[in-house]
Design a binder for this molecule. Sequence first.
Ligand code: HAM
Length: 438
Amino acid sequence: MYRAVKGTRDILPDQSAVWQVLEGSVRRVFERYGFAEIRTPVLEETALFQRSIGETTDVVSKEMYTLVDRKGRSLALRPENTAPVVRACLEHHLMHGRTSLKLYYIGPMFRYERPQQGRLRQFSQAGAEVIGRDDPMADAELIEMLLAWLGELGLEGATLRLSSVGCAVCRPDYVRALREAMAPHLPGLCEDCRRRYQENPLRMLDCKVAEDQAVLARAPSPGDYLCAACREHFAEVRRLLGKAGIEAPVDPHLVRGLDYYTRTTFEVVAAGGVGAQSAVLGGGRYDGLFETLGGPPTPALGFAVGLERLLMALPGAQTAAPGLDLYLVHQGELGFERALELARRLRGSGLRLDLEGPGKPLKAQMREASRRAARYALIVGENEIESGRYQLKRLADGEQVALGLETIEQRLLAENRGAGTQGASPPQRGSAAGGGGG
Ligand code: HAM
C-alpha cells in the first residue's frame, strides 16, 4: 500500500472546512488592507533561491527539493515565496508606473527538514509583501495588520519579537565586529559555525547546537552597529507601533534563516510553542532583493505565516465539516427516479444535498443522512409521489412533517439565508494577539 511521502500530509474532508475558514480569513483581512492575491508556480529555477535566500543558509544548502528536468535545467520546489514574488514583479513589470504594490499569497512550500510536530516537508504559508515602500509606516502597518488578523482568529498570548539587522552600509561594520568577537571562541564552536565564520558570519547566530548557544548569546548584536539612517528607521517603527498600542520588545539576537533581510525583522511566537517549533510567523524588510535579482532599487517588506503551525496554536480550530442541507432518502424504482428530479431542481436553487444510488435499504440511507451531517432527510416513496407531499424529517430532533416541494425549498433556503452562510461557521472572534501584541 502506498503512503503519503514522509513530511507531507493529507487534509481530509473533515479537516478541510477548517482550512477553508482560515484561508477565507486571510483573504478577507489582507484585502481589507489593500493587498491583492498573486499566485506563482510551485517550480522555479534553483538559481532564484540560491541568489536571494543565500547559498550558505540552511534552506538553500540543505533543505531544497531540487530536480533536473529533461533538458538539464535545475529547478526547485519553492521553499518560500518572497523570491518568486519579486521575480514575478520584475518579469511582469508590476511596479511600472506605480509607487507601491501590496501582494499576498497562500500556498504550499517545500523544505527537506526533519519532520516533527509543527515541521513538515510540504507546508502551507500565507504571506503578504509590500513593495516600493521604505517608510517606517509601512513596517508598522504590516505588523499591525498581522496582529489584528491573529487577534480576529482568536490566537491568544502570542508574542511579537522585533529587531533591526541593518543595511548594506552598516552590515560590514557589524560583520567585522562579530568576527572579532568570535575569533577567540572558534576552536570550541561546531563545524558549521567555523565554516559560517568564513562564509557568512551572521549565519553563526542561527546555530542550533546547544553548547554553542552560551558563546553566541554573548556575541555583539546587529542593533549595536546600526548606521544613523537604520537607527532612525527602527526608532520610528517602534514609535508607530507604540502609538498603535502594540508592544514590541526588541530581541537583539533575533536571527532569520534567510539572507535577504535588511533593517526591520520580526517573528511571532505562539504561547507554549507549536510542537517543537515556536515561530508561527516571520518576516522583515528586504530592501536589496530587487537589485540582487537584477531589478531597480526597490525597498520592500513582508511576512509569511505557517498555516499548520497557526492551526496548532489556535484554540478550538477543529470546526466540524459543513453538513448537507438535505439528504434524499428514496424507496423503490419510482422513488429513485423522482428523487433524481428533485435533486436536480433543489441543487439548481442552491441547496447542498446528496442521495444514494438505487436499491439501498431505507435504514442504510437514513444512517448515511446522519453521517453526512444533513440537516434534514426527505423521504421520497410511492405515497409521497402520489400525494405530492414529502416527509421532511429534521435530524436534530426527529420532527417530521409532510410538505409540498415548493414549501420545502422555500423553508430550507430561508434557513440558509438566516444562518448567513453556506458552509463552515467563521472562527471565533474576539480576544487579541493583536493590539497588545505581547
Ligand atoms: P520563514 O521564517 O522561513 O520566512 O517561514 C515563515 C513561516 O513558515 C515560519 O514562521 C513557519 O511558521 C513556517 N514554516 C517554515 N518552515 C516550515 C516547516 N518546515 N514546516 C512548517 N512550517 C514551516 C519565509 O519564508 C519568508 N519568505 C517570510 C517573508 C515574507 N519575509 C518577507 N516576506
